[in-house]
Design a protein around this ligand. Structure first.
Ligand code: SF4
Length: 479
């Protein structure tokens, strides 16, 4: 970061046209305003970043926190004592949206007690016209609104807001260039997420993501590699490569690259010990990628491979572009080439027309998933599935959802139980939130572990013996 700042000649002249110099310029401008405000109030200004949704959003929030931190904001204890509150929203399910609206209602009261408070909204929800209309009509006290395509412009938009005192809404309908090298924070010293691509071209018929995150676009491999090398210099040993569909990485770039090749390049970076990635779409999982997973010693033996539904007719209506047997064959190939691989998945229950889940249960039994995110279908306005006529009765959906859990959870437990008595490598990530006597970490296959061990092992990969298990984690001790 310092190099970038050193290259800035002045923050008092005209704003640079090029990014990221332009946003770094506005960070400095915001910092001036914030410092003056701190002098007036006799205290530091505080920020509260609230994140909804997926790992991509969590990673976007690290960038938001990084930019706000550079401006001088420090962390608040919660929303009650913050001077700047930002909701990074998700629109994949209706209840996440309702939660945002519910919380926004409460923030109005905080504005009364702290007239300096600025409220901002960003993320996927804001890319929907109906949401912007609601925000304007019902939540006019919100100061700043922006979307997924202009997150990098937070400094400029916030500066306009702070310097004029006026609210500012800027939503772009299409993405521009990918802006590199803006500040970011990491919540773990030893592991980091790295975006390798943005957007999605798959248009699964239930999913709103392609409409709010835009078309697929990949970062240049040299930018990704340089970012990871800088992370290694900063003490990171584990990276998670992120994208809505990492398996189609590289399409549209003017160089000879795909995700398998990128994995091999990351594997060659000295200092990296573990490489993870998500999410993979089954239709794009190539043999070349499976072989890269097999060959690259740092790529963890774990894949998150959402199947969503087992019935071929439902899969077709979901526009998933694979059949049940093709999916099972893929998992068998993965198990053959990458021994010990853990396969986790997403399962959706209650898609229009899905009155029973027999095929879904069949996949669960045959693949034996090590974990799964299970969801009830949520109707998203603007998607093809929302206007399908055969929406399923909620009682039937609930019954089917329970059948899925009753089949899935004992298998996950069995897989964990098979680990008891064996020794594995665990990354010790920190002290357990629930028991200060234990450390929390992840095995190579991504199994969550709580274990007795030395605090000196935090941030390191250490040998652990598994002593017991529950459905969603194992217990162990360092040896
Ligand atoms: S692959 Fe399908 S479910 Fe995943 S983000 Fe793209 S459209 Fe949505």
């Amino acid at each position: 970061m310092n190099d970038i700042y050193n290259n800035l000649t002045s923050i008092y002249g005209e704003a640079p046209v090029k990014e990221p110099a332009r946003q770094l310029y506005f960070i400095e401008k915001c910092r001036n305003i914030i410092e003056n405000e701190e002098k007036r109030l006799g205290r530091k200004l505080k920020k509260c970043v609230c994140t909804f949704g997926c790992q991509m959003n969590a990673h976007d929030s690290e960038k938001i926190e990084g930019m706000l931190g550079e401006m001088g904001y420090i962390d608040s204890k919660g929303e009650e004592d913050a001077d700047f509150i930002i909701y990074n929203t998700c629109c994949v399910r209706e209840n996440a949206e309702n939660k945002v609206y519910g919380n926004l209602g409460m923030l109005k009261h905080y504005k009364k007690t702290n007239p300096n408070l600025k409220i901002a909204l960003c993320g996927c929800m804001m890319q929907q016209e109906s949401v912007i209309k609601t925000v304007k009509e019902k939540y006019s006290y919100v100061d700043l609104v922006f979307g997924t395509h202009n997150l990098y412009k937070l400094p400029e938009l916030l500066y306009n807001c702070l310097s004029t005192g006026e609210s500012n809404i800027e939503i772009l309908s299409a993405h521009g260039d990918i802006v590199e090298d803006l500040p970011s924070v990491r919540h773990f010293k030893y592991k980091a997420s790295v975006n390798i691509m943005y957007g999605c071209d798959n248009f699964c018929s239930y999913c709103i993501v392609p409409y709010v995150r835009g078309r697929e676009r990949s970062r240049r491999p040299e930018d990704i590699i340089n970012e990871i090398k800088a992370l290694v210099d900063d003490g990171v040993v584990e990276v998670s490569l992120l994208g809505q569909n990492v398996n189609s990485y590289g399409k549209g770039l003017d160089c000879d690259i795909n995700f398998a090749k990128l994995l091999r390049m990351v594997n060659d970076i000295p200092g990296i010990l573990r490489i993870r990635f998500m999410t993979s779409h089954p239709k794009d999982l190539s043999d070349e990628l499976i072989y890269a997973m097999r060959d690259c010693d740092k790529v963890c033996p774990h894949i998150h491979l959402p199947f969503q539904a087992g019935n071929d007719n439902i899969l077709k209506r979901m526009n998933r572009k694979y059949t049940k047997e093709q999916y099972i064959a893929l998992t068998e190939k993965l198990k053959k080439e990458v021994p010990g691989i853990a396969i986790t998945t997403d399962i959706m229950v209650g898609f229009p027309g899905e009155y029973d889940v027999e095929d879904t249960l069949d996949i669960i039994r045959r693949v034996r998933f090590a974990g799964a995110f299970t969801f009830i279908y949520s109707k998203r306005t603007g998607t093809p599935a929302a206007v399908m006529e055969d929406q399923v009765d909620p009682d039937i959906v609930k019954k089917n959802f329970n059948s899925v859990l009753e089949t899935l959870n004992p298998i996950i437990y069995e897989i964990n139980k098979e680990k008891i008595g064996k020794t594995y490598k665990a990354m010790a990530e920190g002290v357990s939130d629930h028991d200060p006597e234990l450390l929390t970490g992840r095995l190579e296959d991504n199994t969550l572990i709580h274990f007795k061990g030395s605090k000196e092992s935090i941030g390191k990969i250490t040998d652990v013996k598994i002593t017991d298990c529950k459905t969603f984690y194992v217990l162990g001790e360092e040896i």
